[in-house]
Design a protein. Structure first.
Lengths: 148, 148
């Protein structure tokens, strides 16, 4: 029987995990606090494409240092992984090159929130870090030596 | 058949939901970014009690404006709720009144991360906001008028 262990995840492992969820949490500095909002996302190469509603948080994210957090948590086994992308975000709009707009929209990210007014945001990562808690192993229900 | 709807949650509803998870995400400003880390928590009255490992993020959280985000997301129905607590955090240590230390530790928050070195942090909320996406309703499988 062993206890849980914590391991750092490589940037490559984080990038693979990031692409599996389709939802994560964008953190931006606004109103004197680090505000955190769930947003829908997809990956375009190394860039994270996010859709979010217009407003204070989007305005604060545009051309700012932001982070994007994705995790998967198993409360039953008290384990899981998390990945944190640090980077700079930019809203994509009509002022951008048509091919950039096209490849951003081609990710097909659909906001869950109703209204259909989700703007497009590209987050260019400067670092990706993550870690995983691996649950401890319980002793086997049957002693395998019984079969030897 | 109706589409999904978004509703704002009252502070009371958020507080009730916050107490259901035992895990959330602490956001602090450090290293020029709003850093987000999953942490274990419990509620002590209106205060959120958090355990987290010592280090840069804890140092940045102590006596600082932080947020604490909790959500529950259902990817199948593309719905869920999120609550965001804004407030000020303070690390609890030997310099505090014994009764405050005692009631903090009495919450029994256990960090999932191995090592057992989780420090105690109290987050005093200044505001609590949240919202919920309610999935759309599908038409009933059987037309109820068939029974009239």
């Amino acid at each position: 029987m062993t206890g849980p262990t914590m391991e750092e995840l490589s940037a490559e492992a984080c990038s693979r995990l990031l692409a599996t969820q389709g939802i994560g949490r964008l953190a931006v500095n606004a109103e004197h606090h680090p505000l955190v909002i769930p947003v829908n996302d997809a990956v375009d190469g190394t860039t994270i494409v996010i859709r979010t509603a217009p407003g204070t948080k989007l305005a604060a994210a545009d051309h700012a240092d932001v982070t994007f957090e994705v995790d998967e948590i198993d409360r039953r086994t008290r384990s899981g992984w998390c990945a944190l992308v640090r980077g700079v975000a930019e809203e994509v709009g009509p002022g951008h090159r048509a091919d950039l707009v096209a490849r951003t929209e081609a990710t097909g990210v659909q906001p869950w929130a109703p209204g259909g007014h989700g703007r497009w945001l590209r987050l260019i990562p400067t670092s990706v870090t993550g870690r995983r808690i691996v649950p401890g192993e319980l002793p086997p229900a049957v002693d395998p030596r019984a079969y030897l």
